[in-house]
Design a protein around this ligand. Structure first.
Ligand code: SF4
Length: 331
């Protein structure tokens, strides 16, 4: 019998983000700390364990949307098989990738049922790409975005905007929506362990919009319910852009998202410090349903219980942050 996962703030959860690996072939400064340690293979959920847990969320709890993330999911040799397993669950399926090896996997991913893809790109400048991701790769990623569009995938391009790093490229990314039916998402720089976050480094939603409006005629689009992004279009252009304003205008009121880390820990919010170990219980042959339900009931009203990311709260935010860096939570 299906049972909705409703928290104490009356939010029903329909979206599950599953990190399938904590490793990545890039080293982005806002995501991976310099001294990051990675999980051992036996600590990772196996393909079968991912399928078992995901099926429970879908069949018992009515999850209708799954996004596979990492680290970088495509560094996992069985990533395409996992996509196939998830698409057999009949959910809306997405994948977040840095596209460094997307060209090699695209045929398999499409054959496995993938239709939606989020590709991370923070600059159109190859040298700046190297600085942000501590690896060379702009040409590869750019070419893979164009290839994914050509192959008919619905492509979202995620840009983490950091003041003084890449905020001068906002218009370049908007122009990408003139030339392509692509959905660019500008993400306010968020605090995570080891990413040297400071409130002064946040280029805000209001600043981004002001910047774009100073050059283009922009129309506001209707946002999907539970969407994390506020969407817009430059009039007459095929593509669209949106802003994810977690720092200056958080959107927790109708959050329907839950997460699973690569080692099978459930997180009810991107910023929570509390986690529930589903994998160990599953491996002991225990029923994990009560653990899932208890985790949802413990969900904070907003930001995982952190204070608002205001300048005057910066110290408190950094002090109370989860120890888990972005790379092992997943986008
Ligand atoms: S911060 Fe947490 S509660 Fe708020 S929208 Fe994000 S995941 Fe949901």
């Amino acid at each position: 019998m299906k049972k909705d996962l409703v928290d104490t703030h009356n939010r029903t959860h329909r979206s599950l983000r599953i990190s399938i690996v904590d490793k990545c072939d890039l080293r982005c400064t806002y995501c991976m700390p310099e001294d990051q340690h990675f999980l051992k293979r036996e600590e990772l959920m196996t393909r079968e364990e991912i399928a078992t847990i995901a099926r429970l969320f879908v069949e018992r709890y009515g999850i209708t949307k799954i996004r596979l993330t990492g680290g970088e999911p495509l560094v996992r040799p069985d990533a395409v098989d996992i996509v196939r397993d998830m698409s057999r669950l009949g959910v809306s399926l997405g994948l977040t990738t840095n596209a460094m090896t997307l060209d090699k996997h695209l045929d398999g991913l499409i054959a496995a049922g993938l239709k939606n893809i989020n590709i991370s790109l923070d600059t159109f400048d190859a040298e700046r790409f190297k600085k942000i991701s501590r690896r060379d790769g702009f040409d590869k990623v750019h070419a893979s975005i164009l290839l994914a569009l050509q192959r008919g995938l619905r492509v979202k391009v995620n840009m983490v905007v950091m003041r003084g790093v890449n905020d001068d490229e906002i218009l370049r990314f908007v122009e990408f929506t003139r030339d392509h039916d692509v959905h660019v998402r500008f993400i306010e720089f968020m605090p995570f362990a080891g990413n040297h976050w400071g409130r002064e480094r946040v280029y805000t939603y209001a600043e981004m919009l002001g910047h774009i409006n100073s050059v283009h005629t922009v129309e506001k689009l209707n946002d999907d319910p539970h969407s994390t992004a506020k969407a817009y279009r430059v009039s007459g252009w095929p593509g669209t852009f949106a802003v994810i304003s977690t720092v200056t205008e958080p959107f927790c009121g109708d959050c329907d998202r839950l997460r699973l880390t690569a080692e099978g820990k459930m997180r009810n919010c991107l910023f929570t410090r509390e986690e529930t170990d589903l994998l160990s219980a599953l491996r002991r042959g225990e029923d994990i349903a009560p653990l899932i339900e208890a985790n949802v009931l413990a969900k904070h009203a907003m930001l995982g219980g952190l204070p608002l990311f205001k300048p005057e709260k910066q110290e408190e935010v950094l002090h109370d942050l989860s120890e888990r860096p972005m790379v092992s939570i997943g986008g």
